[in-house]
Design a protein around this ligand. Sequence first.
Ligand SMILES: CCCCCCCC/C=C\CCCCCCCC(=O)OC[C@H](COP(=O)(O)O[C@@H]1[C@H](O)[C@H](OP(=O)(O)O)[C@@H](O)[C@H](O)[C@H]1O)OC(=O)CCCCCCC/C=C\CCCCCCCC
Ligand SMILES: Nc1ccn([C@@H]2O[C@H](COP(=O)(O)O)[C@@H](O)[C@H]2O)c(=O)n1
Ligand SMILES: [Mg+2]
Ligand SMILES: [Mg+2]
Length: 218
Amino acid sequence: MLNKYARAFFTRVLTPFAAFLLRRGVSPDAVTLIGTAGVVAGALVFFPRGEFFWGTIVITLFVFSDLVDGNMARQAGVSSRWGAFLDSTLDRVADSAIFGGFALWYAGSGDNDLLCAVAIFCLASGQVVSYTKARGESIGLPVAVNGLIERAERLVISLVAAGLAGLHGFGVPGIDVLLPIALWIVAVGSLITLAQRVVTVRREAAEADAASAEGGAA
Ligand SMILES: CCCCCCCC/C=C\CCCCCCCC(=O)OC[C@H](COP(=O)(O)O[C@@H]1[C@H](O)[C@H](OP(=O)(O)O)[C@@H](O)[C@H](O)[C@H]1O)OC(=O)CCCCCCC/C=C\CCCCCCCC
Ligand SMILES: Nc1ccn([C@@H]2O[C@H](COP(=O)(O)O)[C@@H](O)[C@H]2O)c(=O)n1
Ligand SMILES: [Mg+2]
Ligand SMILES: [Mg+2]
């Protein structure tokens, strides 16, 4: 949903910044790499210590690089298969660090085995959701479904909740409950999304195989 409705808005807002970086000689690949490094550092330095406010601030500063890199590549006319591969691969790295950071907190000082397991489930299910699309497309299927929650939703739900939960450390009472709620929402939403994508790939694969069989028989 965000990918459909919010992307156009952010493209308009970020285009001048992307143009500025291009004029300064920065490449899209550099933005992809630095953005991922910033997200990973923000997640793994702050989240395992329960510093959710500052972790979210750092991650938010870098996560929008994922919208800037493609914007730069398109403006410069240098969109490439390598760039697409790098972008998607490093998205998986960034997501692992974010949900891994939550899991490390709950495994350590956060001391909650169930929420640690939920965070690990969010990490794994998000990766599998992305894989279904990548694998389906690699075997020639359209995979014409995005599903209930895509990556942008997974990130917005968990980061907004983490940022607000971090205000607990500044004395706002009760607000830390938002992070567990968000993790449960992302976990259940990812499971539903996974089911939607698997069902679609199964249908598309059956249709494609039937069409090939018909073509072979003729
Ligand atoms: C006092 C309060 C303190 C609280 C501080 C909170 C600060 C703000 C908190 C959070 C902001 C989070 C912003 C997160 C933005 C994420 C943007 C992003 O990375 O989008 C990624 C995506 C890029 O597309 P790609 O083509 O590169 O990605 C592909 C896709 O993801 C596929 O995914 P999947 O298959 O897994 O579903 C992959 O398969 C594929 O490989 C991959 O390449 O961009 C978009 O999707 C475009 C939409 C972006 C929408 C951004 C919306 C941001 C909205 C609000 C942010 C501000 C909220 C502030 C709230 C403050 C609350 C107090
Ligand atoms: N280093 C990069 C990053 C991205 N691309 C191209 O942009 C597409 C992704 O666009 P986003 O708006 O989602 O970032 C990607 O598929 C590539 O075509 C690139 O070339 N180099
Ligand atoms: Mg990108
Ligand atoms: Mg990306």
